[in-house]
Design a protein around this ligand. Structure first.
Ligand SMILES: NC(=O)c1ccc[n+]([C@@H]2O[C@H](COP(=O)([O-])OP(=O)(O)OC[C@H]3O[C@@H](n4cnc5c(N)ncnc54)[C@H](OP(=O)(O)O)[C@@H]3O)[C@@H](O)[C@H]2O)c1
Length: 285
């Protein structure tokens, strides 16, 4: 694990920990926290531009920013994040579990390594980080957890099989945690967004799903701003956007068989037509 040290934060300041902060939604979640004067602990894979994110934020905001370049699929690295905060006297007030891996292809074409990695990052890392920081969060008069699930969490999704299932786990886990912590100062929020144009791969995927998907799509900056405001006001599970809310409603009312038929029609070509960037990522895993 490679650490790039920032200055120490003073005890009275608020600090947010954001996983997956090098790019996509995470980068904008970090920006929204910086705007609200949180010091930052930013986590992402090594050599993925975290230092640049730090430099850009440091140029505009007078906050302390720490970066931890580490692979969250490895348990001891997660323990390392907690140790880093402890050793540097950083008290986390706002925990944001954003790092996640997605895909859109037939299950049989995923490597076993990719499947394991997805479960380790999307599920295991979120649970373990939350477990490691929960006592610190509970000790404070006010603190926050924001977990990033997905609209995909509301139904079984062919060609996004273990991704959607991992996001269902996050939604259920976070909702349960919110109930357990309702009499404490810890506010727990789940974000379940529809499509977000976070990177080139996502843009390709969203465009390939037609007009409705394009209309339901938001920018990372819009979603990040809504998500941070919602979390800091103690809001519960939420899905931004009218079309996405309507899609979620359909998932509640339509029979499962019909849902699966529609989703199969929408995503069946994904196996042959998956974006190149994702194919490379899957080969690498
Ligand atoms: N984009 C959407 O349409 C959409 C919709 C619903 C929910 N979401 C959720 O929103 C979150 C962010 O998505 P995004 O589209 O912004 O994804 P993204 O652009 O791929 O960013 C994901 C972030 O997580 C990091 N990450 C991935 N694997 C990691 C690992 N093993 N260790 C440490 N960091 C790791 C990535 O680092 P690298 O850059 O190095 O890979 C990156 O910083 C995810 O949880 C995703 O499931 C996204």
């Amino acid at each position: 694990m490679k650490n790039i040290n920032g200055k120490l934060n003073s005890e009275s300041r608020m600090a947010a920990l954001v996983t997956g902060a090098s790019t996509g939604l995470g980068r904008f979640l970090a920006l929204e926290c910086a705007k609200r004067d949180f010091d930052l602990v930013l986590v992402a894979l090594p050599n993925t531009g975290l230092q640049t994110v730090k430099d850009v934020l440091a140029a505009s905001y007078k906050i302390d920013i720490h970066t931890i370049e580490t692979d969250l699929s490895i348990e001891e690295n997660i323990l390392g994040i907690k140790s880093y905060c402890y050793e540097n006297n950083i008290t986390i007030n706002f925990l944001i579990n954003n790092a996640g891996i997605g895909f859109e292809t037939a299950f049989h074409s995923l490597s076993a390594n990719f499947c394991t990695k997805l479960i380790d990052v999307n599920i295991k890392a979120t649970v373990l980080i939350t477990r490691l920081f929960i006592s610190d969060l509970q000790r404070q008069s006010k603190s926050y957890i924001l977990n990033i699930s997905s609209l995909a969490s509301y139904t079984a999704m062919p060609y996004k099989s273990i991704y959607a299932a991992s996001k269902s786990f996050i939604r259920c886990f976070t909702t349960a945690l919110r109930t357990e912590l309702k009499h404490t100062g810890v506010e727990v929020t789940t974000l379940c967004p529809g499509p977000i144009a976070t990177n080139d791969e996502m843009r390709l995927r969203i465009n390939s799903h037609g007009l409705l998907s394009r209309l339901a799509c938001y920018d990372s900056s819009e979603i990040a701003s809504l998500a941070i405001s919602r979390a800091l006001s103690g809001g519960s599970t939420f899905t931004p956007g009218i079309i996405n809310k309507f899609n979620r409603f359909l998932m509640f009312i339509l029979p499962e068989l019909l849902q699966q038929k529609i989703l199969d029609g929408l995503y069946a070509s994904a196996g042959q037509d998956k974006p190149v960037i994702m194919r490379e990522k899957m080969k690498a895993a």
